[in-house]
Design a binder for this molecule. Structure first.
Ligand SMILES: *[C@@H]1O[C@H](CO)[C@@H](O)[C@H](O)[C@H]1NC(C)=O
Ligand SMILES: *[C@@H]1O[C@H](CO)[C@@H](O)[C@H](O)[C@H]1NC(C)=O
Ligand SMILES: *[C@@H]1O[C@H](CO)[C@@H](O)[C@H](O)[C@H]1NC(C)=O
Ligand SMILES: *[C@@H]1O[C@H](CO)[C@@H](O)[C@H](O)[C@H]1NC(C)=O
Ligand SMILES: *[C@@H]1O[C@H](CO)[C@@H](O)[C@H](O)[C@H]1NC(C)=O
Ligand SMILES: *[C@@H]1O[C@H](CO)[C@@H](O)[C@H](O)[C@H]1NC(C)=O
Ligand SMILES: *[C@@H]1O[C@H](CO)[C@@H](O)[C@H](O)[C@H]1NC(C)=O
Ligand SMILES: *[C@@H]1O[C@H](CO)[C@@H](O)[C@H](O)[C@H]1NC(C)=O
Ligand SMILES: *[C@@H]1O[C@H](CO)[C@@H](O)[C@H](O)[C@H]1NC(C)=O
Ligand SMILES: *[C@@H]1O[C@H](CO)[C@@H](O)[C@H](O)[C@H]1NC(C)=O
Ligand SMILES: *[C@@H]1O[C@H](CO)[C@@H](O)[C@H](O)[C@H]1NC(C)=O
Length: 869
């Protein structure tokens, strides 16, 4: 191995110079002579040696710059590495050889082992993302050498050990993200030196000790996430110095003491989550200064005293969670100023006093729970103004008076619980006319009068332990386990164990005998019909319902929810089949044998209103649309404590995975590939042209196209379909996936259907080529690629297409090229694309192997007829 000796020496000198002088040697310096391997060749060799670029032309090392995910500078030296497929051991790529590397993005790359010590040689690195991997071990001290680092993200790994205090030398750091690891020890006091930090995310670790008061010096902080650690002191008053803070998340720690009144200085705050701690004392009245607050969550603490009336200043508030504390006094009238409120949960406190009638002003309320308090007086009739309400729980209070008939106006009401109060009067007939009402519980009250017949249409009715009289309506029977009337000793009827009513039993028996048989059929038929209709209306209510909170699996409510929890053993990791940017996917087998997929938000994201909104949007979009190539949503639970969506299960997983496995890719023959492309096109055309308003998916990728066991395509993941909220300036959200995003999105924020068309074009090429076409697309403008033949770019793992499929492939390739036009206007609409697919096949003049890419592109105008218009 004699020849390698000089190389090693050069390298040694080279890396030492990096470490000790902080300078790097330009590849052109005389230090690396032409006779010895140049720095460039060493780079290329290191890339090659890693084995990470299997599909690349590995014989020609000098073409490394063209390998996928690699960017070079003008001198041909690597400046950026970004790979998102499975790589394995991180140490396979020796990082010592990349003096010019500026960005290293290996998120979701299946990295194993520990973070390479050699990372410290990358003295020009500004961006480091190793998130979503399986990295173990401690943070290497050599990270301290990355003096230019601006973004540091190692979230979602299994990194242990403490946060090295020396990282405080990385003074350019703006994003410091360690979320979900096993980092322990204290938060170093030195963190105050990172004065440019805007995102500090240490959530989901094992940090203990206090929040250092020096954190108050980080006045550029916008997002501070320390949730789900074991932080165990009080919140330092210095937190009030963080004037630019937008989100403060300290949830799920052991914080004690009071909320400092300085919190009122954080006037830019949109989200304040201090829930699940041991915070005591009162809510400071200064909270009323936080007029930008949209989300306030203080539940599960030991907060006492009254709700300050200043809360009425928080007119942007959408979610207010104060449940499970020891708050007393009455609900302030000012709560009615919160016109944007959607969720209000004050349950499990010691509130007394009456429900203020002003509550009727918060007309956006969708969820209202005041249960488990000592609230007195009657239910205000103004509650009937809350037209968006889908969940109302006033149970376990001291309410008296009648149920206001105005509740019958709440057409969105899904669940009503007034149990365990002293409510008197008759159960209002109107409740039975609320189409969407599925759960009604007025048990343990002082209700009198008859059970209204209209209640038969409500799926689950509990009127037990009241003073109801008269006959039980026909339709309620013993076997209808969800209709409960026990404990009403004056009810009668031949059913549910009640004594017979006082009319003539003899005639009834006669009539019964006379019509028993035909009625039997009728009842059976009626039952079946009724079941069908119920199912039908269930779907109908799904379709029209937007603000619904939890509607699970054919609306079986609690039982089904429990089924899901049981089937996944409360979302045990062993049922997890995938983890994405903000959630995980689980596979579950329900008791009936049905297999479903569950998408569940990660803990942090469930607290984040934006992701919450994205889930909500996905539900909204998916419940309103139905297409044979779009994934079906079976149900959902949208509650802070259970954020998940239930889908039909797709046996074959994502198109991306299939294309990346040689065995499975071969199973995906040409005609199946053609069908997948056509199915996807139909789904998109439906979204763009048949839905009003049009829906833009915004994240069409091979990852978001799922396949069932017949290898048919289903478009999934509508989380970003409407995520772009023009009113919010949340820059942390990226819509779309790198490599599929239409180029115009880089400089305009304008989302049109043509963005999907572009992504569709990329996916179509990917399916034809068997790999993502980034590399190919960048080379498209060159003459050499124009001279390439169509058959050369097709996935070589498959035999060449026969003449029947060849027609389709020719058409698809033509369309795909039209779709990836840089100018949105030059791209066809999806309607045009599907029209092309449906029109009788025009035969191509030449056999496939004689078609060049240039001809294909020229063909575009002739082939795609609707584009000429
Ligand atoms: C290697 O790749 C470079 C750059 O793509 C190219 O100029 C050169 O001709 C290739 N050499 C061989 C032997 O293919
Ligand atoms: C990387 O290369 C340097 C210089 O050749 C060498 O000292 C080091 O041991 C290598 N690291 C690994 C993990 O191979
Ligand atoms: C890692 O964190 C940085 C900074 O917050 C962010 O820009 C990047 O998107 C994150 N990476 C992933 C995969 O979430
Ligand atoms: C801090 O951030 C600002 C704006 O992003 C930038 O101009 C400045 O150079 C940064 N300072 C340091 C020390 O990185
Ligand atoms: C916090 O926890 C640490 C380690 O568990 C302990 O040493 C310390 O006394 C605790 N501090 C408080 C204020 O409880
Ligand atoms: C942090 O702020 C305190 C005053 O609040 C000041 O005395 C101290 O010097 C600051 N530290 C740094 C590193 O800026
Ligand atoms: C709370 O934090 C613990 C670890 O400290 C974690 O295991 C648990 O999942 C977190 N709970 C929630 C609801 O996030
Ligand atoms: C009610 O709150 C207390 C703490 O104040 C908590 O221990 C208890 O579990 C809560 N009960 C319910 C049903 O949430
Ligand atoms: C509320 O509770 C606090 C102590 O927790 C007590 O001092 C106060 O008198 C109570 N107020 C009312 C209105 O019950
Ligand atoms: C509820 O009914 C019970 C039994 O009739 C009676 O003792 C009680 O006074 C009634 N309560 C109210 C608030 O009407
Ligand atoms: C209730 O169901 C049981 C068996 O599940 C059946 O034997 C009985 O006849 C049913 N009763 C009525 C009233 O339908």
């Amino acid at each position: 191995m004699a020849p390698s000796l000089p190389i090693a020496m050069v390298l040694l000198a080279w890396s030492t110079s990096i470490l000790f002088c902080g300078t790097y040697l330009d590849p052109a310096t005389p230090f690396v002579r032409a006779s010895e391997p140049s720095a460039l060749q060493l780079e290329a060799k290191a890339l090659l040696k890693s084995g990470w670029w299997k599909s690349a032309n590995t014989n020609n090392v000098s073409s490394g710059c063209k390998w996928p995910g690699i960017t070079c500078n003008a001198g041909g030296s690597v400046t950026e590495i970004r790979v998102a497929y499975y790589l394995g051991e991180m140490s396979k790529l020796n990082l010592s050889f990349f003096p010019n590397l500026v960005r290293l993005d290996l998120h979701k790359a299946g990295l194993q082992g520990s973070i390479s010590v050699e990372i410290g040689t990358l003295s020009k690195l500004t961006y480091l993302d190793l998130s979503h991997n399986n990295l173990k071990g401690e943070l290497p001290l050599s990270l301290t050498n990355l003096a230019q680092l601006v973004v540091f993200n190692v979230s979602y790994n299994q990194i242990t050990g403490p946060i090295p205090a020396s990282l405080s030398l990385l003074i350019h750091l703006s994003h410091f993200v360690l979320y979900t690891n096993q980092i322990n020890g204290f938060i170093p006091l030195e963190i105050e030196k990172l004065s440019n930090l805007s995102i500090l995310d240490l959530g989901g670790n094992m940090l203990t000790g206090p929040i250092p008061s020096t954190l108050g010096n980080l006045t550029n902080l916008k997002y501070l996430y320390l949730d789900s650690n074991q932080i165990n002191d009080s919140i330092p008053p210095e937190i009030g110095n963080l004037k630019n803070l937008i989100y403060l998340l300290l949830t799920n720690n052991s914080l004690n003491g009071q909320i400092p009144s300085t919190i009122g200085h954080l006037t830019n705050l949109k989200g304040l989550n201090l829930d699940s701690n041991q915070i005591n004392g009162q809510i400071p009245s200064t909270i009323g200064h936080l007029t930008n607050l949209e989300y306030l969550s203080l539940y599960s603490n030991q907060i006492n005293g009254q709700i300050p009336s200043t809360i009425g200043h928080l007119t942007n508030l959408e979610d207010l969670f104060l449940y499970s504390n020891q708050i007393n006094g009455s609900i302030p009238r000012e709560i009615g100023n919160l016109k944007n409120l959607i969720y209000l949960d004050l349950s499990n406190n010691s509130l007394n006093g009456q429900i203020p009638s002003t509550i009727g002003h918060s007309t956006n309320l969708s969820y209202l729970s005041l249960s488990q308090n000592q609230i007195k007086g009657s239910i205000p009739i103004e509650i009937g103004n809350l037209k968006s309400l889908s969940f109302l729980n006033l149970a376990h209070n001291n309410l008296i008076g009648h149920i206001p008939t105005q509740i019958g106006n709440l057409h969105s009401l899904n669940s009503l619980n007034l149990s365990h109060n002293f409510i008197s009067g008759e159960p209002p007939v109107e409740l039975g006319t609320i189409d969407k009402l599925l759960f009604l519980d007025i048990s343990y009250n002082n209700l009198t009068g008859n059970v209204p017949n209209s209640y038969i249409s409500i799926k689950s009715v509990n009127l037990s332990y009241n003073y109801l009289t008269g006959p039980v309506p026909t339709g309620f029977d013993r076997n209808h386990t969800r209709h409960t009337l026990i404990g009403n000793k004056y009810l009668c009827g031949d059913t549910m164990g009640f004594p017979p009513c006082k009319n003539s039993i003899v005639t009834k028996v006669k009539i019964f005998v006379a019509i028993a048989i035909p009625l039997g059929f009728l009842v059976l038929g009626g039952f079946l019909m009724c079941r069908c209709m119920v199912k039908e209306t269930q779907f109908e209510s799904i379709e029209t319902k937007n603000g619904n909170l939890f509607s699970i699996w054919n609306y079986d409510g609690q039982i089904a929810y429990e089924d899901i929890i049981e089937a996944t053993e409360d979302f045990d990791l062993k049922y997890c089949i995938g983890t994405g940017g903000y959630g995980s996917v689980y596979k579950a087998k329900l008791p009936g044998g049905k297999v479903i997929a569950l998408k569940r938000l990660h803990r942090l994201e469930a607290e984040n209103p934006t992701f919450d909104m994205s889930f909500r949007n996905e539900v909204k979009v998916l419940t309103e649309i139905r297409h044979r190539n779009i994934i079906k949503l079976h149900g959902f639970c949208l509650h802070k404590r259970c954020m998940f969506l239930v889908y039909e299960y797709m046996e074959r997983g994502s198109l991306f995975c299939i294309l990346n496995s040689d065995v499975e890719a071969m199973e995906l023959d040409w005609s199946k590939r053609v069908n997948i492309i056509k199915g996807t096109a139909h789904a998109l055309s439906y979204l763009h042209h048949d839905c009003i308003p049009a829906i833009v998916h915004r994240d069409i990728t091979s990852n978001n196209i799922l396949l069932n066991n017949k290898l048919e395509a289903f478009v999934s993941d509508f989380g970003t379909a409407k995520l772009l909220d023009p009113d919010s300036s949340n820059q942390t959200l990226v819509a779309g996936t790198y490599g599929y995003i239409a180029p115009e999105l880089a400089y305009t924020m304008k989302v049109t259907e043509k963005c999907d068309v572009y992504s569709f074009g990329v996916v179509a090429l990917e399916i034809l080529m068997g790999i993502h076409p980034t590399e190919f697309m960048t080379s498209l403008s060159s003459t050499s690629s124009q001279n390439m033949m169509l058959h050369e770019i097709l996935d070589q793992r498959l035999p060449p297409p026969n003449h029947l499929v060849a027609q389709d492939i020719f058409l698809i390739a033509t369309i795909a090229f039209a779709c990836i036009h840089t100018k949105p206007k030059s791209r066809p609409t999806m309607q045009c694309v599907t029209q092309e697919f449906l029109s009788p096949m025009k035969s191509i003049a030449k056999p496939l192997h004689a078609v060049s890419l240039r001809q294909l592109r020229n063909q575009e105008m002739h082939m795609v007829a609707c584009m000429r218009e």
